[in-house]
Design a protein around this ligand. Structure first.
Ligand code: SR1
Ligand code: MG
Length: 397
């Protein structure tokens, strides 16, 4: 049930956040603490509490009982805070170097207190600024390979996995994805938003029955395929990075879903950044897409060979079959994400920031075309290199 508030829940103010940090003795008793609410995401309050004497800091993240991006008219469960805390803790078992440390959590207040990563930049912003983030895909491939293998039936005691599936039932946040990624952009729905000039291209999507049939199949996978504990919202805005470090944040959408969903979101958001760039600057992004996949395959395969608990794991061809299914699904999910980030409710700065408008419209037209083709052709696309080919075609008018 959405919007179930405990009696002690209330949204924190900046001074409440300082009082909480003091009460929990997160800093020395005599510290001079300052606090700013720095949340710029769609859903939560994010307080940065700093000891002004030595600059030590923590982040206090609090879920609001509604979606901040829309307002109180869109109620949202506070339980996502419990999901986020537990997902961070679970992921840290496999990739402690790639997620923020959790210091404290309180389900009733819907808060998670964690490591401050303000020395890093959100990857989306860094890529828009033209930074290369040379280790981004190596780290993300490792994050994907380890977290997804070790929470799947291939790498985790299958009885215990079912217990975990129960703990990570996340219906409200899944519903957001079911609607915003897999449904609304493919119909005339009032959450969609795009320039009037794009209407013919959008109509083409809405009228394309072959495309809709494929989206229906992908949506059904998202609804039913409890393959591994996925992050569930792994776009470049959920990654902090610099030249040497990468941290994956915000797993409030985590649930047991298809492995390819996380990979597809990574592909799509790198692809959207590539589309926003002039041709000579695109290769770095396509290289990141390729390396993400290669490192994922290497990590997943290593874990499979060393730690698989599934009796059939040693059967010749099984790992290769699983990887090819994951790739096909990743490509399809990437297509859905590209389309929703172009015309749906939660669009991305990479594309929205393109000026002048004519250039932005051309990029959006290409994005819609690429997204549709990835979805429809996913069975015949066998390598991440081939994804790039679809971006080289002229836009159909
Ligand atoms: C109402 S939430 C909109 C989007 O923001 C989140 O980060 C997810 O991507 C969601 O689809
Ligand atoms: Mg988020």
């Amino acid at each position: 049930m959405a919007n179930k508030k405990s009696s002690i829940y209330q949204p924190l103010t900046e001074s409440d956040a300082i009082a909480l940090a003091k009460r929990l003795q997160l800093f020395d008793e005599k510290s001079q603490l300052t606090c700013n609410e720095i949340g710029d995401g769609n859903l939560n309050l994010v307080f940065r509490v700093v000891n002004s004497e030595n600059n030590e800091s923590v982040i206090i993240k609090q879920a609001l009982p509604y979606a901040k991006v829309v307002g109180e008219s869109w109620p949202l469960t506070l339980d996502r805070s419990r999901i986020e805390t537990n997902a961070l803790i679970k992921q840290s078992e496999f990739v402690p170097n790639l997620v923020p440390k959790v210091y404290y959590s309180d389900e009733a207040l819907a808060i998670t207190i964690m490591e401050d990563l303000s020395h890093l930049q959100i990857a989306r912003a860094a890529l828009i600024d033209g930074k290369n983030l040379p280790l981004l895909s190596k780290h993300i491939g490792e994050f994907l390979g380890k977290t997804l293998f070790y929470t799947s039936d291939y790498g985790l005691d299958q009885h215990y996995k079912k217990e975990l599936v129960k703990q990570f039932i996340n219906p409200d946040l899944c519903k957001i994805t079911e609607d915003l990624v897999f449904t609304d952009p493919f119909f005339n729905h009032d959450t969609n938003e795009y320039e009037a000039e794009l209407q013919p291209d959008v109509d083409q999507i809405w009228e394309d029955q072959a495309l809709k049939l494929e989206v229906a199949k992908l949506k059904h996978l998202f609804l039913t395929k409890a393959e591994a504990l996925v992050h569930g919202d792994l776009h470049t805005g959920s990654i902090f990075a610099d030249e040497t470090e990468t941290k994956v944040i915000d797993p409030e959408f985590a649930y047991f879903g298809p492995i390819g969903f996380d990979i597809g979101q990574v592909f799509a958001n790198l692809l959207l950044n590539a589309l926003s760039k002039d041709t000579e600057k695109q290769d770095i992004l396509f290289d990141h897409i390729e390396e993400t996949w290669e490192v994922f395959v290497a990590e997943f395969s290593k874990a499979w060979k060393e730690d698989a608990i599934e009796t059939f794991a040693s059967v010749e061809g099984y790992l290769e079959y699983v990887l090819s299914e994951i790739f096909e699904e990743s490509v399809g999910f990437a297509g859905c994400e590209v389309i929703r980030r172009t015309i749906g409710l939660a669009r991305v700065a990479d594309i929205e920031g393109i000026e002048p408008k004519e250039k932005r419209l051309l990029t959006k037209q290409l994005a819609l075309q690429v997204g549709s083709e990835l979805i429809k052709n996913r069975k015949s696309i066998k390598t991440p290199k081939e994804i790039k080919n679809y971006t080289k075609q002229p836009v159909n008018f």
